[in-house]
Design a protein around this ligand. Structure first.
Ligand code: SF4
Length: 75
């Protein structure tokens, strides 16, 4: 999560372009806050923190239909 506590936060482990396609370069070793954070609707619940994070990058909130079926199956 290094890089997430500055004015323009961006974790140094985040690869890709926000809004187009990103991935975590340390996914298997990510910290507990990262492991505990669920995007909205992944677990069937809305997450207002997810909305806020997306809004910071000009992205609309996720809708239930945005969740990929494979993600629900792997949960
Ligand atoms: S999930 Fe990965 S890219 Fe996202 S904040 Fe955590 S360490 Fe950074």
């Amino acid at each position: 999560m290094l890089g997430t506590d500055c004015k323009s936060p961006r974790c140094i482990s985040l690869e890709g372009e926000v809004g187009t396609g990103v991935s975590c370069s340390i996914y298997e070793q990510r910290s507990s806050p990262c492991r505990e954070f669920e995007a909205s609707w992944v677990d069937g619940q809305h997450n207002s923190d997810c909305d806020a994070a997306r809004a910071a990058f000009g992205l609309a909130p996720l809708e239930p239909v945005d969740i990929e079926p494979w993600y629900e199956e792997s949960a």
